[in-house]
Ligand binder design. Structure first.
Ligand SMILES: [Zn+2]
Length: 478
């Protein structure tokens, strides 16, 4: 017994020693603490602010009021005379804007900047100031679309207009694509992708909305993380029709459709798709670890050992949960329309966001297992697999780092998988999408997207103009 204890202790000490060495040698990112970035100073900024404010006033809610969309485009043409003079302009699929700035060297692969000018509805939200006002107060502009995604669209146009004014000509072609229903079906992006693909066009890099710079305090110190979406999760909506015994409610059986549906719903929420540490989650941890003391670093450096123990805790935090697995969301239910009749069928709608590594087939198999024993039909309403991963050792990614070093030097660049979807989903065959624009947000500000009182600080807007200008101007700088 004594001998066994000795061996056990020796092994435990050796293991801890290995874990400590691992912690000390683990490649944690060299994380910069936050310092106020240099003040941006684009020329004619007042005019650029007015242009965004004017753009916010159009009620371009996806798939509604076509006259608002055409009026919005007319305003762009008036506001950016050099862009529309120097770039080939065409409308694809009726409302999607494609602009091409022809570069000097046709042998170089072009780059693409994507944005969208549709916005989500405001119904049921309490706004002050009103959502389509574009009102400026306390250094911020308020309105639907200021962050998502008219702010980015106007930053791009202002960057190009001001470069043209200074006489700059790009080496390679620069394309802008502006979708008109990114928030619902991405028809515009799909049509543009088809158009470009039919012409055999391949991009060196694709820049789209997605991550931002997130400001946060860790261990009492401030940090800014530039989260660049190098991949995005897939999307799968499934309708499950559940059958049961119908009839009059005076003599119910135990096999009702609603009761069966409840069991299935409970199973789906309890038995989640498996959680996994992917390469990007590990990258996020490498950066995060750089901000932590020894205890935190010890856990992260040995995350493979700790993973089985922390997995459950991680899964309880919705944001962390979305990073490590395919999520399951019960979103709709229908069945029964009288208080004294048992419905024979109930329909459930479930929305999954697919983590890289889980296919649509994997999730369908999972649903089959969870509905086993019940009389059901399962059908796919819509599905898009998770995207491929864009490389971080490519020139397109390097340009993000360089542009940030110029406009936001203390931002720590972290590649990650975007939990939501973007237009880039449609551009994967045309090049490597990087989903990021450089607005610095607190987590509370980031929450305003799609919510009431969405706003952008004028500082963020100015900095975004300079950031895009930097990339366009320096992509081929020697
Ligand atoms: Zn958006």
């Amino acid at each position: 017994m004594k001998r066994f204890l000795k061996i056990f202790l020796a092994v435990a000490i050796a293991l801890v020693a290995v874990m400590i060495v691992r912690t000390l040698t683990y490649p944690f990112a060299d994380v910069k603490t936050y310092a106020e970035p240099p003040a941006p100073h684009p020329e004619q900024f007042e005019k650029q602010v007015q242009q965004l404010s004017d753009g916010v006033k159009f009620q371009t809610i996806s798939d509604s009021r076509p006259e608002q969309f055409s009026a919005f485009r007319d305003t762009l043409k008036r506001s950016y005379p050099l862009v529309f003079q120097n770039m080939e302009y065409q409308l694809i699929d009726g409302n999607a804007i494609l602009l091409r700035w022809v570069g000097a060297d046709a042998d170089l692969k072009p780059i693409l900047f994507n944005a969208h000018y549709d916005v989500v509805p405001v119904a049921g939200q309490t706004w002050n100031p009103p959502p389509f006002s574009g009102i400026i107060a306390d250094g911020r502009m308020y309105g639907r679309g200021t962050l998502d995604d008219k702010g980015m669209l106007f930053s791009l146009l202002n960057a190009a207009e001001s470069l043209m004014k200074s006489g700059f000509k790009p080496q390679r072609d620069i394309y802008f694509s502006f979708d008109y229903n990114e928030e619902t079906r991405s028809d515009g992006a799909k049509a543009i992708a088809q158009y470009l693909s039919a012409r055999g066009i391949q991009f060196d890099a694709i820049y789209d909305e997605g991550g931002s710079i997130y400001k946060m305090n860790i261990g009492g110190r401030p940090y800014a993380f530039a989260m660049v979406g190098v991949a995005e999760k897939g999307y799968l909506t499934v309708r499950i029709t559940v059958h049961g015994a119908g009839g009059h409610s005076s003599m119910p059986s135990d096999n009702t459709a609603l009761g069966n549906a409840a069991i299935i719903m409970n199973r789906l929420e309890t038995n989640k798709m498996p959680a996994r540490m992917t390469k990007e989650s590990t990258d996020v941890l490498k950066s995060l670890g750089g901000t932590l003391g020894f205890g935190g670093r010890f856990v992260i450096a040995n995350n493979k050992i700790f993973w089985p123990f922390v997995k459950n805790e991680v899964s309880k935090i919705p944001m962390a949960n979305a990073m490590v697995r395919t999520t399951t969301a019960l979103t709709q239910i229908a069945g029964g329309d009288a208080d004294n009749v048992l419905p024979g069928t109930v329909t459930l709608t479930v929305n999954f966001r697919l983590a890289p590594g889980d296919s649509i087939d994997d999730v369908m198999q999972h649903i089959k297992e969870q509905t086993r024993g019940f009389d059901t039909e399962i059908e796919i309403v819509s599905g898009t697999p998770a995207s491929k991963m864009s490389p971080t050792d490519a020139h397109g990614f390097d340009m993000i780092k360089k542009a940030l070093a110029a406009v936001y030097p203390t931002a720590n660049v972290v590649p990650f998988t975007l939990p939501g979807g973007t237009d880039s989903q449609n551009y994967g065959e045309l090049g490597n999408p990087y989903r990021f624009w450089p607005v610095a947000l607190t987590l509370a500000e980031a929450d305003l997207m799609h919510n009431a009182n969405e706003n952008i600080t004028l500082d963020n807007y100015a900095r975004a103009i300079e950031y895009f200008k930097y990339i366009m101007q320096n992509y081929d700088a020697k």
